[in-house]
Design a binder for this molecule. Sequence first.
Ligand SMILES: Nc1ncnc2c1ncn2[C@@H]1O[C@H](COP(=O)(O)OP(=O)(O)OP(=O)(O)O)[C@@H](O)[C@H]1O
Length: 573
Amino acid sequence: MQSAAAETMNPAAVQSAAAEKHGRSRKKKKMNNVNTSSSPSSGKKRKGDDDDLRMEKPNKKSKGKVQLSNDNEVIAAAGENLTVAGGGDVGSGKVAVTASFLSDSRFDECSVSPLSLKGVKDAGYEKMTIVQEATLPVILEGKDVLAKAKTGTGKTVAFLLPSIEVVVKSPPSDPGQSQTPILVLVVCPTRELARQAAAEATKLLKYHPTIGAQVVIGGTKIVSEQKRIQKNPCQILVATPGRLKDHIAKTAGFASNLMGLKTFVIDEADRLLDMGFRKDIEEIITSVPKQRQTLMFSATIPKAVHQVCNVALKKDYEFINTVQEGTEETHSQVRQMHLIAPLDKHFSLLSVILKEHIADEVDYKVLVFCTTAMVTSLVASLLGKLDLNVREIYSRKKQGFRNRVSDEFRKSKRLILVTSDVSARGVDYPDVSLVVQLGIPADKELYIHRLGRTGRIGKEGKGILLLAPWEEFFLASTKDLPIEKAPVPSVDPDTEKKVEMTLSNVKMRFKKPAYKSLLGYYSTHEKCEKFKKKFGELANELSRCMGLDTPPAVSRLLLSKWGLENVPGLCSK
Ligand SMILES: Nc1ncnc2c1ncn2[C@@H]1O[C@H](COP(=O)(O)OP(=O)(O)OP(=O)(O)O)[C@@H](O)[C@H]1O
């Protein structure tokens, strides 16, 4: 437990005490309100054998509030960045709220090498974000850190910059060595995220010509990766877990190269420590030195993660929470709405929502999240036929296609990206104006991450969750988020007819797999267990909404895998 003294201190005073302990003298200026540390629990199981396919299955996790613990020190927090009013004394406790994501501290005020600072400046960063300000000094000191900060607030730079400093401070590698040792390893749950983190590292390394960041991800030829990491400096390696394990097992010299590792970063820590990935992470940990620094970052850190993070972190790790306890984990500048309507109205409503948004926002940029890859494909096909400017991305697409679509969406305006959960976490698409979520996400955390693709770095945005009436139960888990109930927009008969006609022209090869995948999605969703007896009715609804006359037959094997074998009304073959 936290000490009695700390409990009675006001937030600014606790911040000050923590800063003092770390030898940092703080100015009497903007202070972050303080929150909390960690506690143990357990994760639950997820299936799948490919990094990204695992992203597309419902996430079954236990939840709970973060508790205080003795080992892990309280440092800093600011949901909407609480500030000490009037430059008051530290400890005065008088706070005024600002909505800034930036701190008052500048990068050039902290002990980072001049060449890294030049890279930071060229990247356009001057002041640190709240999470960067809170974590940088602690990480530079060499401590293990578990950090929680809202989506789009600069966590990537927060772990990359001090990691680069680790490489800068390391003695140059032995000239006789054929390969540079890997000193920093960053693990990300999706390929898009890994590519993005490596690109950010490369940007920051602009003035360090001898330091290199490489990325290894599934879906690409392992041989070309082997050549690339052998030919180029690779002190910093960013990887997805599956491909990393492949390299450990198959790439000559790779495992011994990892033995020099100094810093291990687990991005999207809660995702990587839930059961779908935990085994991989545990295996990876056995391949890196025990004596290392470990950093874990995420926008959501449920209680279960605190219980398993000792898998990777030293006992005395610090939990740095910049989301103040009791405040929302989402951004106040993002308006969140939910809309409840019968499933068979969803596609026409989606088209109305998108068309209204396009009419309102000249430079619209929309993400539409679907629950499965096959539904993503169906929705993209439908919206394309409705003359909307649409792209699609999901795990089953070839990696080259995914890279192209992702890069295009990053740079574009006036585009809709229909996506599975491969885009849910971490991906930084600038200026997304609207996020639509079709159907219940796996859990509250995923809702937050998907929504977090808009409203990044202080920008405004909008989120709409479109649910069927029976899915309304999901809102009980998001009670602490400001999701307004939106009136269902009226759909004029012409639009309805057009959507219906268009849907009837969508090929069966899209509809049947989409139906099956949705049935599978709901039947394996932790929170849908209680509805299973009614899945016969759901099957009718799902098939109707896809423009199918009757629910397609599903193999007995699948029905039994999904626990639906004795459910009346489901056709098997
Ligand atoms: N100090 C800074 N000043 C201004 N912009 C910054 C700063 N640091 C990072 N950024 C920018 O902020 C954006 C969001 O950063 P990043 O993707 O790291 O967020 P995140 O907190 O990891 O989000 P998520 O939780 O979704 O993964 C990026 O475009 C990045 O370039």
